[in-house]
Write a protein that binds this ligand. Structure first.
Ligand code: SF4
Length: 375
């Protein structure tokens, strides 16, 4: 199996998207963001490709940008012009920050393929520099506007893959791994330990195993709004089919009724909570334990003293009676948050996900309020 940082990242974000993109190889359309990022990468590659340690002038850098400018992907000439102007502005800042310390890099646009846990892992390292005084720094250019949180950089998959590649290909341990955010003109550097690289190998093995097992469940995520495969995705396909002429109007009516009942149910529970609080308060104030209406009564069963149980003592009492397990339960929301946090080792996440699949066979529907309209 052949994987790259991007394909692993795509799989981890959404296995269904991975399948559309890498297994089915469905064509994707160019976008301004991709064309712009590609153009800046190419221009910077030329900028650093000099055989002498003298930086090209800013004018030369502009010419390089124009020579490698990727034109596909823009909606209009005006949009393209604005992006080109912005690109010049970004490169002017880059030149200001880097021309003085210009050095010949140790590697530039370096393509590698290494073998990891039976997987052919390939990629391209934007740049590797020798650090004055010793050691190497791997630099990857980013064209996103916002800086990510520090923990995300410390766990960044791409930098881990590049560190591993440098170790395998050149036999070196890079001193620094840097994401260079071109738009704000800021660097964020991190390091990787041998433990991190072991975790990376396991992570790749888990992804490869899931792909080999044909696990391509869609996973809704914040990037769905920009996903090119929404029309094919089981989570969104029906919305498009309805727009093109409802294939099953009866089911739309059924879903509408279900949504209406769910909403009314929520309102009913909210009102029940309010009334319960009023009844409890009245009972407490007047010493009642039951209040009668015209058609029944409400019994105040509220515990008089609510304290959190001591879990250790509770366990000592219930476990010998075989009742401990009965008071334990899993909160699916919290479990979902834990998985989405990506804080778990991949094999643990995998084990949890596969344990959830047994539960998934049960019929369950959740109300999701109206989604934002797609682009
Ligand atoms: S729309 Fe979202 S869930 Fe569907 S394939 Fe794309 S990323 Fe995955």
């Amino acid at each position: 199996m052949r994987l790259s940082y991007s394909s692993i990242n795509t799989y981890e974000t959404c296995p269904a998207k991975f399948k559309f993109q890498y297994e089915d190889r469905l064509p994707s359309s160019p976008s301004p963001a991709l064309a712009f990022g590609d153009s800046l990468h190419r221009a910077l590659n030329l900028f650093h490709a000099r055989p002498v340690p003298v930086a090209p002038s800013l004018e030369e850098l502009y010419e390089m940008l124009e020579a490698v400018w990727v034109r596909e992907g823009y909606a209009s000439e005006e949009e393209e012009r604005l992006y080109l102007e912005h690109g010049r502005h970004v490169l002017a800042q880059y030149h200001r920050d880097n021309a003085r310390d210009y050095r010949i890099p140790a590697a530039l646009e370096f393509r590698f393929t290494i073998e990891v846990e039976g997987v052919e892992l390939s990629g391209v390292i934007d740049r590797m520099d020798r650090i004055p005084g010793g050691g190497y720094e791997i630099v990857d250019y980013k064209t996103s506007r916002r800086l990510p949180p520090r923990e995300r950089v410390d766990r960044d998959l791409q930098l881990s893959v590049y560190h591993l590649a440098a170790t395998e290909v050149w036999g070196i341990e890079p001193e620094r791994l840097t994401l260079y955010f071109l738009l704000p003109g800021q660097r964020m550097s991190t390091v990787r330990s041998s433990g991190d690289l072991d975790a990376l190998r396991r992570r790749i093995a888990v992804v490869a195993e899931r792909i080999a097992a044909g696990k391509f469940e869609p996973r809704q995520n914040p990037l769905c709004d920009w996903c090119e495969y929404q029309r094919l995705c089981p989570l969104f396909r029906h919305r498009y089919e309805r727009e093109d002429g409802d294939p099953a109007p009866r089911m739309t009516a059924i879903v509408d009724e279900w949504i209406e009942l769910k909403r009314r149910g929520r309102e009913v529970y909210r009102r029940l909570d309010e009334l319960s609080a009023l009844i409890h308060a009245f009972c407490e104030e007047h010493g009642y334990r039951r209040l009668f209406g015209t058609d029944g009564s409400a019994v105040d069963r509220r515990p008089q003293h609510v304290t959190a149980p001591d879990p250790v003592r509770l366990r000592q009492i219930l476990e010998p009676l075989g009742l401990w397990e009965k008071v334990l339960s899993v909160d699916p929301g919290k479990l979902g948050d834990l998985i989405e946090s990506r804080a778990l080792p991949p094999e643990v996440e995998d084990a949890i996900l596969s344990s959830r699949e047994e539960v998934r066979t049960q019929f369950a529907l959740h109300l999701r309020e109206r989604e934002r309209a797609s682009r």
